[in-house]
Write a protein that binds this ligand. Structure first.
Ligand code: IMP
Length: 500
C-alpha cells in the first residue's frame, strides 16, 4: 500500500512567527544575515563560501544574467547564471561578472563625431546620461575620438544640426588612463585634474570604461558586497546532468565560484552521477549544489552523494509541475522536514549541509519564515525578475509597467535538460508558464527594503543572526479564519491600499 503522510502539507502563508523577548541591543542595525553557502564542519572550520545576505537568484533565462549577478553580488548575495544557453554564452556571462571592475562603467551613451546636437539631446533624454562618448564606430568600445557633456554645448545659442565634431572635447584634450588603472588610481586622477569622468582606454586607444567622479568608493557604497580573494564579485552557474563534462570545465575556466545542478527533481541517479564526476575530476575544490528535493529521503540521498548544498522545493510562482504531474509538496512542510534531516545528518557526521528554500516566496515576510523554518538561504525567481537588472523586456500592459517572466519548463525557455529523466532529448510537455510580473525598479532599493523587514522581524523574535532565528523562532499554523484577521478588516480604506 502507498504511504500516506498523516498531515497535509502547508505553505508559508499558513504560518506566523510569535514574538520573543527583544533586548535593547536587538535592533535591525545589529542583525547579521551572514549564512553558509556550502557544506563545512560546523564548529571546526569556516565554510569555503558564505553569503552576506541569504539571497540567491534563480537559474532562469528571465532572471540570472551577468547584469543581475553583478547587482546582487553588490548587495551580498549570489546569482546562478542560467544554463539553458550554449556553453560559450554562459561562460561569457560568468567571465563578464568576474571581469567586472566596480566603479568602471561601460559607456551607455555613444555616438560618432558626425552626429548632431539634436542626436546628443535625444540620447540624453532617452537614457538620462549626460556624458556621451564619441567613438569611430559609435560603439561603447570603439576608438575614442572625444567626449561631449552638457558643458560643451548651449542649446539656446546653437543649432540642432550642429555637428558634434565641432563642439566636442577632442581626444587630444582628454585626460585618459590605461586598462590596468585601479579604482583608487582613477579617483586620484579625477581629483588631480578636476574631472567629472575619466575614460579608460586600451593600448589601441579604444574606449573600455568610464570612471565617474561619483563612484568614489565602491566598498563604502556596498559594504556587504560579495568578493573573492582577488576582489572580484562571486558568481554561480547552473548546470544540467547531460553535458556537464563539457560545460563545467568551461564555466570554471571563466571563473565560476560555485555550481548548481538545475533540475525540477533531484532525487535521481543522474544527479548522483554528476556529483560523482565532479568529485572524481576535481575532488572537493569545486563546489556543487544539487536538488530539488521535498523530503528527508531526497536530502539524505544528495548529501550522501556529496552535494555542497541542497535545494528544496517544487512549486515556484511560474511552476505548473504540481498541476500537470500531481507531484510536489507545500513549501513550508517540505522545508521543515528537510531542515530536520539536515540537522540529523550534522549530528551524525559533523558536516553541515546548507539548504536553500527555492521558489514560492511571494511576500517579504515569507523570507523570514523560510529562514525560521531552517533554510540557510533562499532562491528567488519572480522577486528578481521584477527589477531593472533582470534580462527581460519592460513592457506596458494595461497602463502599468511589467517585466516578462517565464519558467524554465515553459515552451519559451525550452530547457528540456531541467526535466530530463534520461529519455529523449526534448521537452514533452510544459511545466511552467510565460507571464508578466509588476515592474519594481532597481534591485538595490528593493533588496534593502525587503531585508530591512526581515531584520526588523528578527528583532521582534529576539534574535540578531540566522542560526539563532532557526534555533529560537516559535511558529504557529494559522486557521483560515485567522488569516483573514491578519489583513485589515472591518474598516473602509480612505486611500489606496497600504504598503505590505
Ligand atoms: P519563484 O521565486 O516562486 O518565481 O520560483 C523560482 C523557482 O521556480 C526556480 O528557482 C525554479 O526552482 C523553479 N522553476 C523555474 N522555472 C520553472 C518551471 O518552468 N516550472 C517549474 N518550476 C520552475
Amino acid at each position: 500500500m502507498a504511504y500516506y503522510y498523516p498531515e497535509p502539507s502547508h505553505t508559508f502563508s499558513e504560518y506566523l512567527l510569535i514574538p520573543g523577548y527583544t533586548s535593547e541591543d536587538c535592533v535591525p542595525d545589529h542583525v547579521s544575515l551572514k549564512t553558509p553557502l556550502v557544506k563545512y564542519r560546523k564548529g571546526a572550520e569556516e565554510p569555503a563560501i558564505s553569503l552576506n545576505v541569504p539571497l540567491t537568484s534563480a537559474v532562469m533565462q528571465s532572471v540570472s544574467n551577468d547584469t543581475l549577478a553583478i547587482a546582487l553580488a553588490k548587495e551580498g548575495g549570489i546569482s546562478f547564471i542560467y544554463g539553458s544557453q550554449s556553453i560559450e554564452n554562459q561562460a561569457a556571462m560568468v567571465a563578464r561578472v568576474k571581469g567586472y571592475k566596480a566603479g568602471f562603467v561601460t559607456s551607455a551613451s555613444n555616438l560618432t563625431p558626425e552626429a548632431t546636437l539634436a542626436d546628443v539631446l535625444a540620447l540624453k533624454q532617452r537614457n538620462g546620461f549626460s556624458t556621451v562618448a564619441l567613438t569611430e564606430d559609435g560603439t561603447a568600445n570603439g576608438k575614442l575620438l572625444g567626449i561631449v557633456t552638457s558643458r560643451d554645448y548651449r542649446v539656446s545659442r546653437m543649432a540642432p544640426t550642429d555637428k558634434v565634431r565641432d563642439f566636442m572635447t577632442p581626444r587630444q584634450k582628454l585626460v585618459t588612463a590605461p586598462a590596468e588603472t585601479t579604482l583608487k588610481e582613477a579617483n586620484d586622477i579625477i581629483w588631480e585634474h578636476k574631472l567629472n569622468s575619466l575614460p579608460i582606454v586600451d593600448e589601441n586607444d579604444h574606449l573600455l570604461y568610464f570612471v565617474f567622479r561619483k563612484d568614489y568608493s565602491s566598498h563604502k557604497d556596498n559594504p556587504l558586497e560579495l568578493l573573492d580573494s582577488k576582489k572580484r564579485y562571486l558568481v554561480g552557474a547552473g548546470i544540467n546532468t547531460r553535458d556537464y563534462a563539457a560545460r563545467i570545465p568551461a564555466l570554471l575556466e571563466a571563473g565560476a565560484d560555485v555550481l548548481v545542478i538545475d533540475s525540477s527533481e533531484g532525487y535521481t541517479c543522474w544527479q548522483e552521477k554528476t556529483i560523482k564526476w565532479v568529485r572524481d575530476t576535481y575532488g572537493d575544490t569545486v563546489k556543487i549544489g544539487a536538488g530539488n528535493v521535498v523530503d528527508k529521503d531526497g536530502f539524505r540521498f544528495l548529501a550522501e552523494a556529496g552535494a555542497d548544498f541542497v535545494k528544496v522545493g517544487i512549486g515556484g510562482s511560474i511552476c505548473i509541475t504540481r498541476e500537470t504531474k500531481g507531484i510536489g509538496r507545500g513549501q513550508a512542510t517540505a522545508l521543515i522536514e528537510v531542515a530536520a534531516a539536515r540537522d540529523e545528518y550534522f549530528k551524525e557526521t559533523g558536516i553541515y549541509v546548507p539548504i536553500c528554500s527555492d521558489g514560492g516566496i511571494v511576500h517579504d515576510y515569507h523570507m523570514t519564515l523560510a529562514l525560521a523554518m531552517g533554510a540557510d538561504f533562499l532562491m528567488l525567481g519572480r522577486y528578481f525578475a521584477r527589477f531593472d537588472e533582470s534580462p527581460t523586456n519592460k513592457v506596458m500592459v494595461n497602463g502599468a509597467y511589467m517585466k516578462e517572466y517565464w519558467g524554465e519548463g515553459s515552451n519559451r525557455a525550452r530547457n528540456w535538460q531541467r526535466y530530463d529523466l534520461g529519455g529523449s532529448a526534448k521537452l514533452s510537455f510544459e511545466e511552467g508558464v510565460d507571464s508578466y510580473v509588476t515592474y519594481a525598479g532597481p534591485l538595490r532599493d528593493n533588496v534593502e527594503a525587503s531585508l530591512y523587514k526581515v531584520k526588523s522581524t528578527m528583532c521582534n523574535v529576539g534574535v540578531t543572526n540566522i542560526p539563532d532565528l532557526q534555533q529560537n523562532a516559535k511558529l504557529t499554523l494559522v486557521s483560515s479564519v485567522s488569516i483573514v484577521e491578519g489583513g485589515y478588516h472591518d474598516v473602509t480604506l480612505r486611500s489606496s491600499s497600504p504598503v505590505k
